[in-house]
Ligand binder design. Structure first.
Ligand code: GDP
Length: 366
């Protein structure tokens, strides 16, 4: 499964946020699989469309799709030199599909800051420097090999890769992550194959004070982080990890009351989940009309057979076609019958690129 790894300096609120995630996940009604690693937190992806589908095409139960966060502990200065847990930390980052970088954006004299003062940009740089150094080291080894292949053997692929490396290296040397460069599609493929740390998408989470919860964007720390994130094509959201942990423990009634008091309409965790989903280019399709109304996750650009494989590998192997209509149409025509009469239910084949919000029935050979 796709996962976003939570990183950050010590004492910035990572565990607090991760606790909020696991507690929210523990509430999940339809938890399908029990075995999960202690550093993995699974949450439901909030989606109002599910309720509307259930209203119009009722089923026994409603099953939201899920999203995984992985807690990556142990960043230390010097990680790229393999100090202490450093190597392990970098390896763990290599395994995740995206990075959620938690940054302290609250003042609290009782909570020690590793470098003695709250300075979000300095904190971000500390971690990013380690990642940049690790990438520099890994491309250095590759550089000479590719250069040789490009120059002596005139190998086409090597020539293309060399061009990317020649652009990448000075950027990294200047402390810039690979994602800060706008790569075209071909270059992007090469970058992908380099398994870099700094090419992974990043979402910065400004852990703001509880007082700033209603409008995190008003916090000065948030604004600093936002400016930094913009420059490297990354996103940022502001939440209060401590408040989220409290919210995750409340029953629905207390939750509603607390949120109203704070002037928020939904938990910040929902925004985090959506932002992480978006960062990974994830989309949702639905199945309905059977025993359950259910949301599933796929990656933007996937074609019908691959998407069928999200449900079961047999569906992909034996794929015949997809019977589908959009959520917008269901919402508008308000019944299956009306959708069919309006000719809005379509038969799609192997080449169909599934769209977010599609409600699909897959037909397949067993
Ligand atoms: P980690 O080392 O990054 O995992 O940080 P922790 O989650 O353990 O948090 C470190 C300390 O900061 C703990 O005492 C938390 O209760 C506290 N903390 C976390 N989030 C907030 C917050 O939003 N506001 C305040 N005041 N304290 C927080």
């Amino acid at each position: 499964a796709l996962t976003a790894g939570i990183v950050g300096l010590p004492n910035v609120g990572k565990s607090t946020l991760f606790n909020a995630i696991t507690k929210a996940g523990a509430e999940m009604a339809n938890y399908p699989f029990a075995t999960i690693e202690p550093n993995v937190g699974m949450v439901e992806v909030p989606d109002d469309r599910l309720d509307r589908i259930q209203e119009l095409i009722p089923a026994d139960k409603v099953v939201p799709t899920t999203f995984e966060f992985t807690d990556i502990a142990g960043i230390v200065k010097g990680a790229s030199q393999g100090e202490g847990l450093g190597n392990k930390f970098l390896e763990n980052i290599r395994q995740v599909n995206a990075i959620v970088h938690v940054v302290r954006a609250f003042d609290d004299d009782d909570i020690t800051h590793v470098s003695g003062k709250v300075d979000p940009l300095d904190d971000i740089e500390t971690i990013n420097t380690e990642l940049v150094l690790a990438d520099l080291e890994s491309i250095d080894k590759r550089f000479s090999r590719v250069e040789k292949a490009a120059k002596s053997a005139k190998d086409k692929e090597a020539i293309a890769e060399l061009a990317v490396l020649e652009q990448l290296k000075p950027a990294l040397e200047a402390g810039k992550p690979a994602r800060s460069i706008e790569w075209d599609d071909d270059e992007q493929k090469i970058i992908h194959n380099l398994f870099l740390l700094t090419s992974k998408p990043v979402l910065y989470v400004a852990n703001v004070a509880e007082d700033d919860m209603a409008d995190p964007t008003a916090s000065e720390y948030f604004q600093q982080i936002k400016q930094y994130a913009d420059e490297e094509n990354a996103d940022v959201i502001g939440i209060s990890a401590r408040a989220e942990e409290e919210i995750a423990e409340m029953d629905d009634e207390d939750k509603a009351e607390f949120m109203e008091l704070q002037g928020i309409t939904e938990p910040g965790l929902n925004r985090l989940i959506r932002a992480a989903y978006h960062m990974l280019d994830l989309r949702t399709f639905f199945t309905a009309g059977g025993k359950e109304t259910r949301a599933w996750t796929f990656r933007a650009g996937m074609k019908a057979p691959q998407v069928a494989g999200v449900i079961h590998s047999d569906f992909e192997r034996g794929f015949i076609r997809a019977e589908t209509f959009s959520f917008e149409d269901l919402d508008k025509y308000a019944s299956l019958k009306a959708i069919k009469e309006a000719g809005r239910r379509r038969s799609e084949g192997k080449e169909y690129v599934v769209q977010d919000g599609d409600i699909i029935e897959f037909l397949f050979n067993v």
